[in-house]
Design a protein around this ligand. Structure first.
Ligand code: DAH
Length: 347
């Protein structure tokens, strides 16, 4: 065996050894440059074939070919090994537990609002809508609010552009203080009978505390038809209270005053904590105040051009935050708007 053949076989052995240990594609590439590139080990040895005496050339040439084939095979093997390893790393392990997707859920206010809407829809109400940015006529005048009504004060209501508008002018724009203007819009848009609920946001210049916010939600209800009575109102609110708070809940009316209803009431539900016996939540009275309601004031019907001798109606307006606080025993309304997930996850 010639000296060149010895060198060639040593190179083959060394390349096979290094390639079998190569752990990544970069190492294989470095070895390819080292052995096979133009200035690599193998081409250098091949160029020495010229110096080999003629009678030895066939023998050395054969060895050279063997070494070339061997090195190529070692490269192919290393490549295959690394690809198989990468495949195994990317493979799906079907025994692993599935990845849990984080589902959000509705805010408690939205949940209560949608549930209230669903209850009224079961009684034939349809959902009506109105703008948050409202004019004074729809929010106050048409609802029979006297010009000196305290809720009209600029310290109580968010007015727009008071530099150019009188706060009493019917077309002055405000953020609606109640959902009641949607009653007016519904009666302007449709002939009687009208049976609507309107869930939505309201705004007042209140200093936020445990039971007040600058922005809150109400659901308004209105039913106007021939011969609608206070008994119809009581039946409707009674069904609502049972669906919302529990089947044993009773309701009662107390006289009250609102400019847009006559007579007006406030209605209470029997306390769902103590069943009416009296506890801390109902302050011993057995009753929990829910909202205002009443028979639509004939003046309101006239304001939209309807004849109070032909039709009558009832209306009600409830604070959604209040319902949520009662239902979930929340004692501070601000918790609902802090977006603390530890709080929101509970609902
Ligand atoms: N708009 C009233 C408020 O914000 C609530 C209300 C009371 C609405 C009686 C009504 C109603 O429709 O009949 O305090």
């Amino acid at each position: 065996m010639t000296e060149l053949e010895d060198k060639l076989l040593a190179v083959l052995a060394e390349a096979q050894e290094l390639l079998s240990k190569a752990a990544d594609a970069n190492t294989v590439e470095e070895l390819r440059v080292k052995y096979l590139s133009r200035k690599g080990v193998l081409p250098a040895l091949m160029s020495e074939l010229g110096k080999v005496p003629a009678e030895q050339k066939p023998q050395v040439g054969k060895t050279l070919n063997q070494v070339k084939t061997g090195i190529n095979a070692a490269f192919a093997e290393a490549q295959e090994r690394l690809e198989a390893k990468a495949d195994a790393q990317n493979a799906i392990d079907v025994t692993l537990p599935g990845r849990c997707r984080c589902h959000g859920h509705q805010h408690p206010i939205t949940q209560v609002m949608e549930e209230a809407v669903a209850i009224f829809r079961r009684m034939g109400f349809v959902v009506a809508d109105g703008p948050d940015l409202e004019d004074v006529w729809h929010n106050f005048d048409a609802l029979n609010a006297p010009q000196d009504h305290p809720s009209r004060a600029v310290t109580d209501t968010f007015y727009f552009d008071l530099e150019h508008h009188d706060f009493l002018a019917p077309d002055t724009m405000i953020l609606r203080t109640q959902t009641s203007p949607v009653q007016i819009r519904a009666m302007q848009a449709h002939p009687a009978p009208v049976r609507i609920v309107c869930p939505g946001r309201c705004y007042r210049r209140d200093t936020p505390d445990a039971t007040h916010g600058m922005s809150f939600h109400q659901i308004e209800g209105l039913y106007v038809d021939k011969k609608v009575s206070l008994a119809d109102l009581k039946g409707t609110l009674s069904y609502y209270a049972k669906e919302m708070f529990g089947s044993s809940v009773k309701i009662r009316f107390r006289p009250h005053f609102f400019p847009f209803t006559e007579p007006s009431v406030e209605w209470d539900a029997s306390c769902m904590i103590c069943g009416g016996k009296g506890c801390k939540v109902c302050k011993g009275s057995g009753w929990i105040e829910i909202s205002g309601a009443g028979m639509v004031n004939p003046k309101v019907l006239q304001n939209v051009g309807w004849d109070p001798n032909e039709v009558s109606g009832y209306a009600f307006g409830m604070g959604i935050e209040r319902i949520a606080m009662i239902r979930y025993a929340i004692n501070d309304l601000r918790l609902l708007y802090e977006n603390d997930l530890r709080f929101l996850h509970q609902f």
